[in-house]
Design a protein around this ligand. Sequence first.
Ligand code: COA
Length: 385
Amino acid sequence: MANLADHKTDVAPTATLTPALGLEGVVVAETQLSMVDGLAGRLEIAGHSVQELASSMATEEVADLLWRVGSGAHHPAIRAQLGAARVTAHRNVRHLGDALGQPDAMDALRASIAHVAAEADEQRTAVALTASVAVFAAHASWKRRGLKLVEPDPALSHAEDYLRMLRGAPARPEEALALQRYWATVVDHGMNASTFAARVVASTASDLVSAITAALGALKGPLHGGAPGPVLEMLNAIADPERARAWLEASLARGERIMGMGHRVYRVRDPRAEVLEGAVKSLFPLSGSSSAAPLLGEKLELARRVEQEAAQLLSVRHPDRPLSANVEFYTAVLLDALGIAAEDFTPTFAAGRVIGWCAHVMEQRRTGRLIRPTSTYRRPQQGQA
Ligand code: COA
C-alpha cells in the first residue's frame, strides 16, 4: 500500500499549505509559443516581437508559425486549407440545431463549436476549428439580427472573408490589414486564463474540440475577453473628453472597475495597446466612409483622454499597483471602426486567439503532463455545510 506521507498531492493533509489563489507567479508549463514581460511591457510570440508580427505577417502565416512551433508540422497550403474549411463549416451550419440562435454571441459560438467533429489528425482539426470560429461567429451575428447567412469565399484571405461574412460587404484592403494586425496582437499571450483552460483539458488527453470549447467559456468572462464591449459602452457614455474625469470618478465611487484598464501581468502599458492605436490610425483615410466609423480621429482622441484620466485616478487609488491600459481598450476603438458590432467583439477576439489555443494544445500533448493541482481543505463549521 502506498505511504501517504510520500505523496506531495492532496492525498496528504494540505491544511497547512497556503493557496496560490489566482496562480499568480506559478509556472505551470514550459512554452516556446509566447513570452509576456510584464515589467518591460514586451510581448514575444514564437521568436517575434508583437510589433513585428503585427506589421509583417498575414493571419495564415501566423497560424503556420505557431502550429509549427506547437507540433513541428509545416502548413504551406494553409490559406487554401482555411478557405476550404470555411466552406465546410458553412455547410455544417445546418447540423447545428439551435446552437447559433442563442441570444449571447459567445454562448452561440461555444455551443456551435462544440459540434465540430474532432478528427484523429489534430492539424486538420485545428484548421477546421479556426475556420469554424470565424464562420460560426459571423453566422451567429446574422442570425441574431434575423437575416440570411453570408456564404464564405474560399479565395479570400481569412481576414478579408471574416469581415465580408460578418458585415455582408467586401472588406477594403486597409480594413483586412487592420484586422490581421489585431489578430496578430491577440493570437497568443502566455498562460492567460483561456489558454490555461485549453491546456488543462488537453492535459487529460481529451480532444482538441473539447479544449477549444473550454477556452471559449473562459474567454467569455469580462475579466478576460469580454471587456472590449463594455469599453465601447464607456467611451460612448462619456462621449466628450471634458466629461471623462467626472464620469470615471463616479464609476470608481460606485466601486466599479474601469474596463480596459489593469492587467494581471503588465505593470506598464500593454504593448498591444500601441499596436492597436497604430491599426486605428491606418483607418483614418477611410474615416467617414460607409464601413469605417465617422470621425475616427475624434474617437481616438476621446479614448486617449479617457485612458489618461483613468490611469491618473487609478494611480492615486492604487499607488503600489500600476494599472494601465490593456489590449481591450483600443480593441474596442479598432473593432468599432471596422464596423463590427459590440456584441461581436469577443467572438472576433476568439477568431484570432483560437490559433494560439490550438498551438498550445499541440504543445501540451508533446511536452506536458496531467495538470492536477491541489487545494487547502478547511472543514466547514457546524451548521455551515
Ligand atoms: N479598475 C479599477 N480598479 C481596478 C482595476 C480596474 N480596471 N483593475 C484592478 N483594480 C483594483 C482592484 O479592485 C484591486 O483593488 P483592491 O486591492 O482595493 O481590492 C487592485 O486594483 C488589484 O487588482 P487585482 O484584482 O488584484 O488585479 P488582478 O490581477 O486580479 O486583475 C484584471 C487583473 C485585468 C482582472 C483587472 O485589472 C480588471 O478587472 N480589469 C478590468 C477588466 C479588463 O479590462 N479585463 C481585460 C483584461 S486583458
